[in-house]
Design a protein around this ligand. Structure first.
Ligand SMILES: [Zn+2]
Length: 358
């Protein structure tokens, strides 16, 4: 959840769109200097979580932190900043601080992985007695970042001797662009069993459910709305109906948080209930109909709906749209189409009456 209105507001906002788990930044993720935990804020935050029914809240660490940095000064600064992350998270009652595994920046994995393990071991020792843990996130493998293979994560866990406060966060976008397919039943099973064999599902603490703007194996980390990227909706249906993952919090980190988190969360909830996710279609009205919705409107309709179905739905919603399906020509994504044409999620559908000049 965005925290522009403050941490307490972020919890209320999350609850308002149907979340019962929330991830947030406890400080500006692009700055080094972060505030120490504030007792009053922490109390208000914990109260908000309880009142809003937020069962799990987690933090994501600052983007600047690199716990395997080859430069000694950057490494030390990163460790101090992460320690501050853990202290703030503990004060707020957050269960995990999710972190990317850092980038070796040319120094190579062979030195970076032990260095990362050393950072984590030190941090866990320095915060012994705290409840908050560190969750290592699978990464896209962009540039020299670590964590694009399950084996690398397993090595870090091994070097740290698998302490209980060290867990793993699986990001569907990241593993997909790193080369782990989840688009078919077989691919999903293969990827999940590879995770179990190397890391162990018992180490999985958090799932980030994001679609990917870039294809399988592209190693480019660009998140997309669920069902609108290269992964597709079926993978997310599998994920939230997988009995092995039922107790794992699932979070979305998709774009346009203020308007679209609600949509993406709703899709996951519908899948979890065994329902079909609706399609979202943008509708543009021309001629005299344009006076009813001058800016057009967005509608959620059942999967496989046709232009004619949407017309019928709109006529039911608004009496001034009577005749929409009977007299209008339709265009889908700016191409004329048959009213019987099946729509896809994200399509733009135009209704153009005769003589409108459409
Ligand atoms: Zn993520």
């Amino acid at each position: 959840m965005p925290t522009a209105g403050g941490l307490v507001q972020a919890i209320a906002n999350g609850s308002a769109i149907g979340c019962d788990v929330v991830q947030l930044f406890t400080a500006n993720p692009r700055q080094w200097n972060a505030p120490p935990p504030d007792v009053e804020l922490a109390q208000a935050f914990r109260r908000a979580c309880a009142e809003c029914g937020i069962s799990h809240a987690v933090a994501h660490d600052s983007y600047l932190i690199n716990l395997c940095a080859p430069d000694a000064a950057v490494l030390e600064r990163s460790r101090q900043a992460f320690l501050a992350e853990l202290r703030r998270a503990e004060a707020l009652g957050l269960e995990w601080v999710v972190t990317h595994m850092g980038a070796h920046l040319g120094s190579g994995q062979e030195v970076a992985i032990p260095r990362l393990a050393q950072s984590i071991t030190q941090l866990l020792e320095a915060t012994a007695g705290m409840a908050v843990g560190i969750a290592l996130e699978t990464t896209a493998g962009q540039g020299t970042t670590l964590g694009a293979t399950f084996e690398e994560i397993a090595r870090v866990l091994d070097l740290c001797r698998n302490p209980p406060r060290l867990g793993v966060c699986l990001d569907t976008c990241h593993i997909f662009v790193a080369g782990y397919d989840i688009r078919t039943d077989e691919a999903y099973e293969g990827t999940l069993s590879a995770f179990h064999r190397t890391i162990g599902l018992e180490r999985l603490r958090i799932i980030h459910a994001n679609d990917a703007k870039k294809p399988l194996g592209s190693r480019v980390d660009r998140h997309e709305h669920l069902g609108r990227g290269w992964i597709g909706l079926d993978a997310f249906r599998r994920l939230v109906t997988d009995a092995r993952l039922q107790t794992i919090p699932v979070l979305v980190e998709t774009p346009e948080a203020d308007t679209m988190h609600e949509v993406n969360v709703r899709i996951l909830r519908q899948f979890a209930r065994g329902e079909e996710a609706p399609m979202r279609v943008k509708v543009l009205l021309f001629g005299h109909f344009s006076a009813v919705y001058p800016d057009g409107l967005v509608v959620d309709v059942p999967p496989k709906s046709t232009a004619a179905d949407v017309a019928r739905y709109l006529e039911e919603q608004n009496a001034r749209l009577q005749g929409l399906g009977r007299i209008c020509r339709v265009a889908v994504n700016e191409e004329y189409a048959q009213p019987s044409a099946e729509l896809k999620d994200g399509d733009t559908l135009a209704f153009i009456p005769p003589l409108s000049g459409g």
